[in-house]
Design a protein around this ligand. Sequence first.
Ligand code: CU
Length: 170
Amino acid sequence: MTVSAVSKLRPVAMAIFAVGLISALVGSGAALAGGDRVEITDPWVRSAPPAMKMHAAYLVLMNPTGQAIDLVGAESPQYKMAELHLSKVEGGIATMVKQDLISVPANGKLAFVPGSFHIMLMHPRKPIEAGDTVDITLTFADGTSVPVKAPVRRAHGGPKKMHHGGHKMN
Ligand SMILES: [Cu+2]
């Protein structure tokens, strides 16, 4: 009897605490702009030939808050190193530049796609191939970190294969 009485009380106490917390935030006008508020969609890692000791990870970050949220790092237990990179073409030469910070604009989104921002996963501890899943942890400037599971797959528009009809132009 005593145990069930306690377990019935606890959700009520939690609810009161949560309401207090929310009203405190609203009252002070502070936005809860932690990295844990970022919505992450479509994470994936582009597969590469085994000789290639690095892979690029892509995803889309959506920031529903009224303040910019800054991504400052990434890591994966399956790789010795990971960095935030930006691909660009300078003087006709494609390069990648390490980024110390990538800002996701307030109420905006940032897509990591081939040819632009990516997470550079370097020195895989074991071979990584299409069908595997890579665990990535994103770290934000406020100290929060968010885990992401990214399936490994071949790039769109890789080695050309004939499509089997049925294309519709919309
Ligand atoms: Cu890179």
